[in-house]
Design a protein around this ligand. Structure first.
Ligand code: DAU
Length: 338
């Protein structure tokens, strides 16, 4: 199949591009605007492969999207392009509405006009809002609480409306907290790993007892692939790792793997509107034959090892514009924490 993966230079996108190419059965066009978290070095191992092409572009650019769809005779679209970080959405909500809602809308419409056969929207379990107990099913109410999750929910609704309105074969996946190699170090796990390597403080928000369900990026991509090829059009599929942990437990595990002291932990003031817990029921996807295979402790250990061995990947990131962002989000908080 000829597949357009948007956001293919990002974390989940680049893992997905590599996975799709590894079967030798698909041609993949990676369409990416190379914003702050996009990194083409994530694709070094496949960039010369005959089935791979890269196009620099923004999903909001309808004319460019249309011409790429035609030029490469694209049959399926997987939309991984998104603004994804909750803390950034608090600082700059507009860019989230632009990419995650408007961009998704443009991509959908161009795909529909071009007769694309399948469209998969990579979304998030955060659209369900904070889940104090139990597991969210796909039929649960969507109650997003941050500009990020609200933008993703807007995108989901648009995508699903294309099935009911036009019978355009769309699917939505809602993944839980994903971790692994090549993840931009603003997210909890890579931030804590790289800070710990440098013996810098690890800023835990609030009481550190917020809970997330951790999903290895390999399992997440396997779920996306399964839904893309075998999912029912017009349907949402949750993808959860089944590895629920308190943040502090994950932080302590990272410190233990690196042989660093717990004194690096800092309790800092909380993220505004911080969702206490996410947890999804992945039963629908399991019925398609998917299940997560990476045990969390193993996945975390190998992720820590990857960051240890790839300082040349993350050090340039952390020394550039990232510093300004870090100061803005953490500077005062860390000072107050002492
Ligand atoms: O659930 C899926 C979502 O997971 C994805 O849709 C998002 O794109 C992804 O960013 C992630 O959202 P979270 O807000 O849960 O991830 P984050 O890595 O920012 O934070 C994970 C937990 O760790 C959360 O409870 C906040 C906490 N945290 C995070 C950071 C960055 C800290 O305590 N300190 C930190 O410095």
């Amino acid at each position: 199949m000829r597949i357009l993966v948007t956001g293919g230079a990002g974390f989940i996108g680049s893992h997905l591009v590599r996975r799709l190419l590894s079967s030798g059965q698909h041609q993949v066009v990676n369409f990416d605007a190379l914003r702050y978290s996009g990194n083409l070095t994530n694709l070094n191992t496949v960039s010369q492969q005959p089935g791979y092409a890269f196009v620099y572009g923004d999903i909001c650019d309808g004319a460019l999207v249309s011409s790429v769809l035609r030029q490469y005779r694209i049959e399926g679209i997987i939309n991984c392009a998104a603004e994804t970080h909750v803390d950034r959405s608090i600082l700059d909500p507009e860019s989230f509405a632009r990419t995650d809602v408007v961009g998704t809308g443009v991509l959908l419409e161009k795909g529909r006009q071009d007769g694309v056969k399948r469209f998969l929207q990579v979304s998030t379990d955060e659209v369900y809002g904070s889940v104090e107990s139990g597991l969210s099913t796909e039929e649960d109410r969507v109650q997003p609480r941050s500009p990020y999750s609200a933008s993703k929910a807007g995108g989901d609704f648009l995508v699903l409306s294309y099935w009911t309105t036009y019978h355009f074969p769309v699917m939505v996946t809602r993944g839980s907290n994903t971790y692994g190699s090549n993840q931009y170090p603003e997210k909890f796990i890579p931030l804590f790993v790289t800070n710990a390597i440098d013996e810098q403080p690890l800023p835990l928000y609030g009481d550190g007892q917020y809970r997330r369900d951790w999903l290895a990026v390999e399992d997440h991509c396997a779920g996306i692939e399964q839904v893309f090829f075998h999912g029912e059009p017009g349907t949402v599929y949750n993808i959860g790792g089944g590895n629920e942990r308190e943040n502090i437990v994950v932080a302590e595990e990272i410190l233990a793997y690196l042989g660093k002291p717990k004194s690096l932990l800092r309790f800092v003031s909380d993220r505004p509107g911080h969702d206490r817990r996410y947890a999804v029921d992945s039963g629908r996807l399991r019925q398609l034959g998917w299940r997560p295979i990476v045990p969390f402790d193993e996945g975390l250990r190998s992720t820590v090892q990857w960051y240890r061995e790839h300082e040349s990947w993350w050090r340039p990131i952390k020394s550039g514009a990232f510093r300004e962002y870090y100061e803005q989000v953490y500077g005062r908080r860390l000072q107050q924490a002492g």
